[in-house]
Design a protein around this ligand. Structure first.
Ligand SMILES: NC(=O)c1ccc[n+]([C@@H]2O[C@H](COP(=O)([O-])OP(=O)(O)OC[C@H]3O[C@@H](n4cnc5c(N)ncnc54)[C@H](OP(=O)(O)O)[C@@H]3O)[C@@H](O)[C@H]2O)c1
Length: 347
């Protein structure tokens, strides 16, 4: 890696400290260097709080040195007055002469405007350093802006003979390590959804118990709104949203709300629009097979994370795992499970 790439990589590491915590804002990290050494750094820590560049600047006691420094940022600095003033103006105020950016901000209020403003003021600007990685880190924010929907991750475990489970019976396919990894993923997304049969059969808690960080908002698909009291997801911390048909029974549990939506082929898009309205930019689809297949059939997915176990399921009423037409990005062996990361090339 070059020096610039290393500094941008540090910005990514900082940005990732806010995974799942800053929505609807992007996670962003920034570092300040003097004579090729990092002397200050920061990241955007909570929605409405100071942006990464400002936290990096404020990490320096002596701001006079900034006029001889470089700033590295994982995303183009903002150009608009939101809850905080434009970061680009702070860079100009402190006369930072060199700015290195991973990726431009495709939010129309910024979209290259900050870069132009910096250049017009005589600042040296370099963009697109580790750009693909920079876009990946900011994927929920970009998806919301560019596709008008959250970033969608499908996740499931399948047996060696490609079965996802057995109707009416819970079967464990994953292992303790993959379970922990799944909890890490839960900490990184804003929302998680399961279908009504999974809710009944597996009764999942849907929270993050095995990793640092937050739990996602839990979406429970239940056409008739009849959510039994013993439903585990109702008892775990965080907000639960029951999604049911227009004339369904009203749910009355603490910390639980309800979306009444038509249960037809518009359902998934309506759910995605509601998530966007709530500022929830990423969604983890945790099954079962009917729900996963409906996302696949409507081409509403960005990536899939599939665990394949060495176990074989030969029981009656076993359920075939979803079949995905995607691009295999990478595989990892995790105990007796193989993890395949697949991207949707037609998203
Ligand atoms: N291996 C894994 O990773 C994994 C993960 C989760 C679950 N599972 C297993 O999968 C099995 C459950 O899968 P499943 O396919 O039977 O059920 P499911 O996908 O959990 O739920 C299906 C039900 O959800 C509703 N639904 C789902 N998608 C919908 C859509 N697009 N529009 C409207 N309604 C929709 C429908 O309920 P209504 O008919 O009530 O409207 C449908 O019958 C269980 O055996 C479970 O253990 C395995």
């Amino acid at each position: 890696m070059t020096h610039h790439q290393l500094c941008i990589q540090r910005c990514f590491d900082l940005a990732n400290l806010a995974a799942g915590k800053v929505t609807p804002n992007p996670r962003v990290g920034a570092v300040i260097t003097y004579k090729k050494k990092i002397i200050g750094e920061g990241f955007h820590q909570y929605p409405g709080g100071p942006h990464a560049e400002i936290n990096a600047i404020n990490s320096l006691k002596n701001k006079d040195v900034l006029s001889k420094c470089s700033i590295y940022i994982s995303l183009e600095p903002c150009n608009n007055f939101g809850k905080t003033p434009p970061c680009v103006d702070s860079i100009l105020k402190y006369k930072i002469p060199k700015v290195f950016i991973s990726t431009i901000d495709t939010n129309p209020s910024t979209m290259g405007k900050s870069i132009e403003k910096l250049k017009a003021a005589g600042v040296a600007v370099e963009v697109n350093i580790l750009k693909n990685k920079g876009r990946k880190i900011t994927q929920g924010f970009f998806s919301s802006i560019e596709k008008n929907r959250p970033y969608i991750i499908l996740k499931f475990a399948q047996s060696a003979n490609k079965k996802i489970g057995v109707a009416n019976k819970q079967i464990w396919i994953s292992n303790p390590l993959t379970k922990r990894l799944t909890h890490k993923w839960r900490s990184e997304v804003n929302a998680i959804i399961v279908g009504s049969n999974t809710l009944k059969i597996d009764n999942p808690q849907l929270n993050n118990r095995l990793y640092y960080g937050k739990s996602p908002v839990k979406l429970l698909l239940k056409r008739d709104g009849q959510i039994p009291q013993h439903t585990a997801a109702l008892k775990t911390a965080g907000k639960t949203i029951v999604i049911s048909e227009l004339n369904a029974a009203k749910v009355n549990y603490p910390n639980t709300s309800q979306w009444f939506l038509p249960f037809d082929n518009t359902l998934l898009n309506s759910i995605l629009q509601n998530l966007k309205k709530e500022g929830l930019n990423s969604l983890l689809v945790e099954g079962g097979v009917t729900l996963l297949n409906s996302f696949i059939q409507q081409n509403l997915w960005d990536e899939a994370r599939i665990f394949t176990s060495t176990k074989v399921i030969n029981q009656p009423k076993s359920l075939a795992a979803p079949i995905l037409d995607g691009k295999l990005i990478t595989t990892h062996q995790i105990g007796d499970n193989n993890l395949s990361l697949i991207e949707n090339p037609n998203k």
